[in-house]
Design a protein around this ligand. Sequence first.
Ligand code: NAD
Length: 495
Amino acid sequence: ISLNPTIIVIFGGTGDLNLRKLAPALYNLYAEGYMPEKFAIIGTARRPLTDVKFRETLMEGVNSFSRTGKVHKEKWDNFSQNVHYNPIDVKDSASFDTLKDTLDKFKNEFGPDTQIVYYLAVSPDLFPSIAKRLAKFKLAENEDNCRIVVEKPFGKDLETARELNEILRERFKEKQIYRIDHYLGKETVQNIMAFRFANSFLEPLWNRNYIDHVQISVTEQLGVGDRGGYYDGSGALRDMIQNHLLQLLCIIGMETPINFDADEIRDKKVDVLKAMRPFSAEDIRFNTVRGQYTKGWIRGDEVPGYRSEKDVDKQSNTETFAAIKFFVDNWRWKGIPFYVRTGKRLSQTSSLITIQFKDVPHQVFPASVAEHWQQNRLIISIQPEMSIRLQVQGKRPGLDMTLNPVDMVFDYKGTYTTESPEAYETLLLDVMTGDQTQFMRADQVEIAWELLMPVINAWESKKSLSFPNYAADSWGPEDAEALIARDGFHWFTLP
Ligand code: NAD
């Protein structure tokens, strides 16, 4: 790819996200030849730091967190020559004058085609200050060459998301705004699009006539760790379902796009959100389950309950688990449940999408096959295993007709020798090439909030009397099993 010279300004340059994700991603892009020939990475934060010290800090981050392990000395030295540090207090306008001088210096050196990416890797309450000052100091005026990347969370509810969208859209064109949902950058998530739309055999089956139900399950073994302060004001609905899980649901549920144009794809995803059945009070009672973990044991270690985690309210009403039954009311999906669950301190860390097909219309085999009978399932494993499995019935070798379910497996490890890039590598490259396909448009974010607001409001206004209601190393509260078992199904997990 031939890219124009690029300046990447990272607000929050000394922060966790930069050290863990952005710096390793940029270094790996460089090491694999994907960075523009001329580029500058300018880290910014409040404290004074020399370029040399900043480069050392980033190198530690890359060495600890990069998928490719420790840096290659020569490549790192060449890469880090392009890394600089510029102290900025984003609440102080004078800082933006000095940023302007730095940008002008690089623009003069790089030429008129230079593009600038502003990456907002700071706490969300600073997003407005930065956006306003970038506009005030005319630092992002060129709508073709200046882009702004906004991290999650995008708002805390519908109202704050709208406010943030307004602040951004009054100052920048939508085509300049890149709202990150890093799930969309994952290799296996992008592959769902390839699987659905580059193969002809699936489409005739991909609807209410042949599909029984869909499950989307994103479970984590970890607790909140050091993020208690943030998480306690957020919870599983806001932190995971409003963004990542609903986006996965959109990719499974969307109509076939006409082409791979960013807005065409985002239009099709928005259509799914628009078709989702709004929650009545009754739906909230019967189709949603919330949970909070209590202390327990994970791999021989005792782990604290949520209310005893650092920076968490001792009486917290925040959910660390949520399970919801959604419906998409359109011709393709009417009546087909989409069960979605996510939670912390569960038995497994895994992201799985399971599509269960309807049973055969008539059983031709002897009654004895019922013992191992299993309806066909398509299982898309996003992480940690990266695979797609089709569970089919097969004949077990032998003289009698015994059937058992077998898996036809496409597994990344066995199929490809190249390692998959990290989501942030893919997404940062997309920002540099100006491809918004995998980023959230203003309307996507707002409709997703709008859909969930009744649930958020109900859960916040009525304290759960059963919290904490699931043990660490379990599959969440019993009600979550009941939610799906009532319809005759079970949550699927990989062994
Ligand atoms: P952090 O607290 O580690 O880093 C914040 C950064 O902002 C630091 O560099 C700090 O110096 C800087 N900063 C604070 N006040 C400032 C000011 N007034 N002027 C200039 N700089 C200032 O936070 P983080 O974990 O890196 O998260 C950053 C953003 O990324 C947040 O929106 C977060 O929700 C999001 N995010 C983080 C992760 C992650 O893995 N850490 C994952 C997903 C999303």
